[in-house]
Write a protein that binds this ligand. Sequence first.
Ligand SMILES: Cc1ncc(COP(=O)(O)O)c(C=O)c1O
Length: 447
Amino acid sequence: MSANGNSKMESIRKMDREHLVYSWKAQRGVNPVIMDRAEGIYQWDVDGKQYIDFASGLLCVNIGHGNKHVLGAMKAQMDKLCYTGTMFGSEPKAELARMISEVTPGDLDYVFFTNGGAEAVENAIKAARMYTGRHKIYSRWRGYHGATAGAITLTGDPRRWAAEPGIPGVVHYFGPYPYHDPFGTVDDPEECGRRTLEVLRTQIMLDGPHTIAAIFLEPIVGTNGIIIPPKSYIQGLRKLCDEHGILMVSDEVMAGWGRSGEWFGINNFDVIPDIITTAKGLTSAYVPLGAMIWSKKIWDHFQDHPFVGGLTYGGHALACAAGIANIEVYKNDGLIDNSRVLGQHFSKKLQEVMDKHPSVGDVRNQGLWGCIELTSDKETHAPLAGFADSKRNVAGELLKRMAEMGLTTFAKWDYIFMAPPLCIDKDQLDESVAIIDKALEYTDSLL
Ligand SMILES: Cc1ncc(COP(=O)(O)O)c(C=O)c1O
C-alpha cells in the first residue's frame, strides 16, 4: 500500500488511464493488470501476484523472459556500440544475417532488417513489386499482416475495416479453414484444401496472372485461429505461383522461431517460399527487430537494381546482438525440439479438453502454438461469441477468470490462444491446461 492507502496497482493504473492510449480498443473501460517483472514462463504484477504467461507476451517471447545469456550479450553490446548509421556495417548485423541464413529454408539467405513485423511486410510488398514489375498483391481472408498502411490492407479480418480503402492493388482470396470451410466441405482438410486451391486458380485466371506480383500467406494462420492447412494445399500454392511467375511470401512473424515446432512455419509443408517476413521470436521481444529475407533470385535481381527502401533503425546493433544470442539459446537449449515434442503431448491434452466440454468445438495446435475454438453447437459449428464478438464478450470474461487463477493468455471472439514460452516443461504445461479447463466451465454454462 502507498501512503494514500492505494495499492501499487491502483496508483500506477490511475496514471496509465489518465495518459496512455491502448491499441485496438475504445479507451473507456480499459483496465490493465500492471506487470512488474518476468522470468522464464512467469510474470508478476506490481502487487506481487504470479501469472503463467501462456501467450509469451504477444506470441513473441519465445525463449522465455529474463534469459541471462541474452541479457549478458545485450549489456556487452551496449557498452560497445548501440547503433551506427545504416550506411555502415557492424559485426552484430553481419553475424545475425549469417546466422539467420543458416536456419532459414532453401536459399533464403539474404536479410533486410526492420523494426518489427509490419515493416517487414511493407518492404516485402515493395520488393515483390520491384522484382516482378507487377502491382497486385494477393493475401488471404482471415490473415493478419500488421497495422501499417500496406500490411493492414493485406489483413483479411475486421482490423482492416477502419483502414479502408487502404493501398491499391490488394486482392483477397480464401484459404482452407476445414472447421468453417467457405466451400462447404465438412471436416475434411484435404478436400477443403483441394477445393480452395481450385477456386484460387480460377480467381487468378480471371484476374490476370501477369498482373500479380505476390501471394502472401501465413503458413499457419495465427491471430485468426491457428488454422492449419493441409500440406497438399501449400504445395499446390507453390506450384501455382511457379506456373505464373508469382512470388510466394511466407509471413513468419508469428509462425517463425520454433512456435510451430520448426524453425519456420513453412518447414511443416516442405515448401520453400521466395520471401520470408519475420519479427517477434527473432529477438523474443527483448528489443524490437524484424526482417525481410530474400531467396537468391531476388538477391540477384537487386544486384543491379536499387532496393528503394530504408529505415533509420534497420540493423540496430543492440537489437542484432539480442538476435544472435536468441538463436544461440534456441540451439543450445533445444527449444525448437521442445516445441515439437511437447507439442504432441499438448495435442493430447487439448483433445481431452474438447471431449470434456460441450462449448469446445475444435482444438488445433502445431508445436506449442494452439487454439481452442468455442461453439454453441458441436454439430453445426455455430459460434458462441460470434464473429468479431457480435454476440457477447466471452473472451473478456474467460481471460478474467484465468487471470484470477494465475494464467494470462490472449483470446478474442471464439478463439482462446495458447502459446507459452518454448522453455516450458510438461508439468507447467499440464498445470496451464488445467487452469483453462476449469475456466471453460463458464463457457459451458452459457449453453
Ligand atoms: C503474421 C503476422 N504478421 C505481421 C504482424 C505484425 O507485426 P508487428 O506487430 O511486429 O508489426 C503480426 C503481428 O502479430 C503477425 O502475427
